[in-house]
Design a protein around this ligand. Structure first.
Ligand SMILES: *Cc1c(COP(=O)(O)O)cnc(C)c1O
Length: 387
């Protein structure tokens, strides 16, 4: 038997199901995504809870995620683009699918073909959409996005006010009215209350049209932010929606990468590009098969005098030695027992207590970008899900 089956160590050996050539394994826990969705759904009652699955479900895989959430009872999904709507539609026949980026010129046919709804963000777009609906006879409806302070997409409050007579007249083709919070992860930020007030005032004039304001963090700002439909994304995938408190969500993503070489270097040797990290003692390194091309940002590397990100090897956290390369990272495993980590074993980059939020900190970004950057070279495994 080779060393992979050695059970005297606690290093994760390579699972028999991992392809022999895989550089690592990215596991998405669909059961955790469903549990996270249920948690927000329960919190929001009587509001409905949608799921935002843009950007390939924040890197977790649109089709398996939509399938699992639809099976759990989710009836409304949000994507960013029409192409993403196509992927979502492949996983659910009946759920409503909203496209946050709206409908581009001449894009209407695709919305009809996929039976999905644009989130319309200005009056020109609405006029184009109305023409398309009149010419084609399509009655699938659209959402209206109103800007209340984000200054990104959305009708101005004045433009939205101008639509009120159309809503009052009935047969308006508007299935949802929504706005988006700019500072929901900072509960004390004054913009939250201002956006809430502005949205409440306009939304209540859209009589009979369901209203939606809260993203993940918005779900935690209080029941007055919940309206008729919650729109969480990041929290479903394990990002902490309450950065100033403990994370109420379950972790979803686990990334393990393969140790492809163990080597010893002498005191005074440098490691990696630029020679920015110097061994201050005889040092043992594990070279793992991930790098910035796998979404592990270069910012997380370690040079002399800085604190790098860590990976878990044989149950212990080990710092990165030197710069993160495109395809490789060196881990300082000197403090592990001899032979605890060997060629062919796995090191954990995300999981075993390393959260996407923690990595985001080391990457100089947020958990969201850690997720949407997740590498395409890993073997991907989806486990769990609603049964
Ligand atoms: C991305 C997005 C969401 C989801 O935001 P999270 O912070 O990931 O929960 C909700 N609404 C809109 C308009 C978005 O663009």
């Amino acid at each position: 038997m080779d060393q992979v089956s050695d059970t005297t160590t606690t290093t994760a050996p390579v699972d028999a199901s991992v392809p022999a050539t895989a550089t690592g394994v990215l596991t998405v826990d669909l059961g955790a995504i469903v549990a996270n969705w249920r948690k927000l759904e329960n919190k929001g009652v009587p509001a409905e809870c949608a799921a935002v699955v843009k950007a390939d479900a924040y890197g977790c895989g649109t089709e398996p995620v939509v399938r699992a959430l639809a099976a759990a009872g989710c009836k409304t999904f949000f994507v960013a683009t029409a192409d993403e709507a196509r992927a979502a539609r492949a996983a659910t026949r009946s759920a409503a699918i909203y496209v946050l980026g709206g409908c581009f010129q001449n894009g209407g046919d695709t919305f009809a073909e996929l039976n999905c709804q644009p989130v319309i963000g200005d009056l020109n777009e609405l006029a184009e959409w109305d023409v398309f609906c009149r010419r084609s006879g399509w009655t699938g409806g659209a959402a209206i996005h109103i800007d209340t302070g984000m200054n990104r997409l959305g009708l101005t409050l004045q433009d939205a006010q101008g639509l009120v007579p159309r809503i009052r007249a009935g047969d308006h083709g508007i299935t949802l009215v929504m706005s988006h919070l700019a500072c929901a992860d900072t509960p004390q930020h004054p913009l939250n209350a201002r956006q809430l007030l502005a949205f409440r005032e306009i939304a209540q004039q859209f009589t009979g049209v369901p209203a939606s304001l809260a993203n993940s963090s918005g779900c935690f700002l209080g029941s007055e932010f919940q309206f008729d439909l919650l729109r969480p994304g990041a929290a479903l995938y394990g990002v902490n929606p309450t950065p100033e408190a403990d994370n109420p969500m379950r972790p979803v993503v686990d990334v393990k990468t393969r140790i492809i070489q163990v080597r010893d270097v002498e005191r005074g040797d440098t490691v990696g590009y630029g020679g920015t990290w110097t061994a201050r003692r005889p040092t043992r390194l594990a070279i793992v098969a991930s790098g910035y091309a796998d979404g592990y940002f270069r910012a997380a590397g370690g040079s002399d005098g800085t604190r790098s990100a860590e990976a878990v090897v044989a149950g212990q956290r080990c710092p990165i030695a030197g710069r993160v390369s495109m395809d490789l990272i060196a881990l300082d495993i000197t403090d592990l027992p001899d032979n605890a980590a060997r060629r062919g074993h796995m090191a954990t980059l995300i999981g075993d207590g390393i959260t996407v939020d923690e990595l985001g900190h080391h990457f100089g970004t947020i958990g969201y970008e850690v997720l949407t950057s997740l590498g395409r070279r890993y073997a991907r495994v989806h486990k769990g899900g609603a049964t």
